[in-house]
Structures are given as C-alpha cells and as structure tokens.
Design a protein around this ligand. Structure first.
Ligand SMILES: NC(=O)c1ccc[n+]([C@@H]2O[C@H](COP(=O)([O-])OP(=O)(O)OC[C@H]3O[C@@H](n4cnc5c(N)ncnc54)[C@H](OP(=O)(O)O)[C@@H]3O)[C@@H](O)[C@H]2O)c1
Length: 348
C-alpha cells in the first residue's frame, strides 16, 4: 500500500513542513497522479506568505504537477489509465482540499485539466506547462466575461483556440512580459491560432519569445520601446489590433499599456492582476482567473498531439532546484527573489 507525504503550510508566513498526508481519493472525473515533478508559480508565494486563496490550515497548495497516473475516477476511465504519463493542473486554490494541492507525492487533478505527456518529454520539462496553459487559454479565448474576483470581470477577447493545423488570421496581439511563464505560453497559443504576436521582454530573452512564435520582440529597458511597439502594431494594412495581454500587470506596465492602447484606438487589456480602475471607454479591461473550463477543449484535443508534434513547447525551460519535497521551501524562496525566462521545478 502506497503512502503519501506533503509539504504542509500550517500557518501563513511560515516555512512548509514535510509530513504524512492522506492518500488522495479521486472523484468521478478526477485522476490521482504520483508526482514526479512539481513547479512553482508566483501565486504559490502569496499563498505561503499571506494565505491568499487558502481556505483551511493546514494546507497543501501548488498548481503544477507531472507524473504517473495511480488512480482513475469512474468517469475519467475513457481518457486515462493507471501508469499513463501525464501533466496536470492542480486546483486546490478553488477547492481548498489538501488532496488537490501539488506539493505532495500524490495529487488529485480533474481529468479535464490533465493530458498525456509524450514519452519524449521528461516530467521536469512537462511540468512547466499546465497552469500557464490554462491561464493563457483564459486570457485568449473567453468569449463572455465572467468574474475573476468581486467587481473584476475576466477579459473576453474571444480569440480562437490554438490549432494543430497551420492557420492564419488578420489579428495582432501584444504580449507584455513575453518571457514569463504565462506570457510565453500565451504567445505560443496565440501564434498557434494564427495571431500575430508582438512581445515585450528583455533582450536576452528575444530568442525564447521568437521560439514561442512572436513575430517581433522589443526590449522594455530600451528608451523609445513604446513607440517601436506602437509602430509594429499599427504597421500592417488590413490587420486588426485586438489588444494587450499584460503578464506583468504593475502600475508601470498599466501606464504603458494605456499609452499604447490610446495610440492604437483602444482594445482589450487582459491583465493578470486587477486592472486599473479607470480606463477610457474604448478599452475593455479585465483580469484572468486561471481555473476556467474554457480550457477543457484545449486540454482534451490539443495538448498531447501538439506536444508530440513539437507545436507546443514546454517553455520557459525548467530550473531544477532539487529532488524531494524538502526543496519546495528553497524553490519558493528563489521564486520570490525573481526569475528570468525559467520555471522553478522540484523533482520528486
Ligand atoms: N490571475 C491569474 O489567474 C494568474 C495566473 C497565472 C499567473 N498570474 C500572475 O501572472 C504573473 C506572471 O506569472 P508567471 O508565472 O508568468 O511569472 P514569471 O515567469 O515568474 O515572470 C518572470 C518574467 O517576468 C518578466 N518581467 C518582469 N518584469 C517585467 C517588465 N517590467 N516587463 C516585461 N517583463 C517583465 C521577466 O522578463 P525578462 O527576464 O525578460 O526581463 C521574467 O522572465 C504573476 O504576477 C502571477 O502571479 C496570474
């Protein structure tokens, strides 16, 4: 009989403590994954430090897992079987259940938020994609605004899902923070829907942004970059500028977003944090909430074949902090110090 361990958060603002945990029991449409790798997201740092989204203590949190299916719920049996290699998006932040947190040896994950990971992709690489993928689909393809948090709508760009075929569109999107985990995934999915992406990142990460499918990349450290972005987004005849996905969403980036949108006649401002409270009438601002059923068709039909063909890449590349749940605290500390074009991963 297997046993479980987890990195528990007993109280906000304290280090996680590794200890025994109950083995997850899958709901009908869930799978249990024996995690081989877990990844750190900036949200996890807020969960640890301030208890954001923590519904009960002690808590097990974390969103990204990759590993081997150990249990399959009754309704998930058509898609998954024991022994499958998978990546998955753990959703403890909405369920509050410890068994749904990633920082454990075993995690229950909705079958609609998991996909087979091809043998050619190591778990430590595949694990970077799950949460960012769902955030990116939420940024791009929601058609009708929902509620991200009280008083804050989700953005509703209504853009097409990524396609396994080669498709083209006349739409242009700016991705601010193109080398971030969510920004690079949004670039990949938008490019796979035929959308032209203009990315904003540090010069050292231009190649990463281009390998995700960005047509042009501009360095936010360079004076005059805002004018260059505006020129690039307004240059092509017959193209429709849809707006900006801002993967950074600080006051500084919002000021720049609004300057760009003013010059380009308005558009969407899809943010990762609450958007500016006052925006001009021709700007539609919203905040993504990256647990969203809009991603289900992408999980079910796109992820595995796109990973197999190389159309979907597990980027930014992982930095493996260590092996074992004991390394989660160190990985969280590294995330708080800031990363550039990498995702922090703990191998199990
Ligand atoms: N609302 C939601 O549902 C949701 C979901 C997921 C994430 N988020 C939030 O989204 C944000 C991004 O998450 P993540 O995991 O993608 O972050 P990340 O990968 O850790 O972000 C690191 C990247 O940010 C870039 N960056 C930092 N400051 C920048 C600036 N001023 N301009 C352009 N790029 C800048 C860096 O780019 P360079 O190294 O190239 O300079 C670096 O590559 C976080 O705040 C997270 O909490 C929200």
């Amino acid at each position: 009989m297997s046993s479980n361990k987890a990195a528990w958060l007993n109280k906000a603002g304290t280090p996680l403590e590794v200890g025994e945990a109950p083995l997850p029991v899958p709901g009908p449409n869930e799978i249990v994954i024996q995690n081989a790798a877990i990844a750190i997201n900036p949200l996890d740092c807020h969960m640890q430090d301030h208890g954001v989204f923590v519904q009960q203590f002690p808590a097990i949190f974390g969103c990204d897992v990759a590993g081997i299916v150990s249990e399959v719920g009754t309704e998930a049996q058509g898609r998954f079987k024991k022994g499958d290699r998978v990546l998955g998006h753990a959703i403890n932040l909405v369920t509050g259940k410890p068994q749904d947190g990633a920082y454990a040896l075993y995690t229950a994950v909705p079958a609609d938020k998991a996909a087979i990971l091809p043998d050619s992709i190591p778990f430590t690489q595949g694990v970077v994609a799950a949460f960012a993928l769902e955030a990116a689909v939420c940024a791009l393809s929601v058609k009708t605004p929902g509620i991200a948090m009280p008083g804050v709508p989700t953005p509703a760009l209504g853009l097409p899902y990524p396609s396994l075929q080669s498709v083209s569109s006349n739409k242009t999107l700016i991705v601010y923070g193109g080398s971030s985990s969510v920004g690079s995934m949004t670039t990949q999915l938008a490019a796979a829907a035929g959308i032209k992406v203009i990315a904003i990142a540090s010069e050292r990460n231009f190649d990463l942004c281009k390998s995700c499918g960005a047509s042009e990349v501009f360095d936010y450290h360079e004076s005059g970059f805002v004018e260059k972005v505006i020129a690039a987004a307004s240059s092509a005849q017959g193209r429709e500028f849809v707006g900006i996905f801002d993967a950074i969403s600080t006051q500084e980036t919002y000021d720049i977003d609004l300057k760009i949108l003013a010059k380009l006649g308005g558009g969407h401002l899809a943010a990762v944090h609450p958007p500016p409270p006052e925006v001009p009438e021709n700007v539609k601002a919203g905040m993504i909430f990256a647990v969203n059923d809009v991603a289900t068709p992408v999980w079910k039909e796109y992820v595995t074949p796109a990973l197999e063909s190389g159309k979907l890449k597990c980027l930014p590349p992982p930095t493996i902090v260590g092996k074992g749940l004991e390394y989660v605290n160190e990985a969280l500390a590294k995330s708080k110090a800031g990363v550039s074009a990498t995702k922090l991963v703990v191998e199990l």
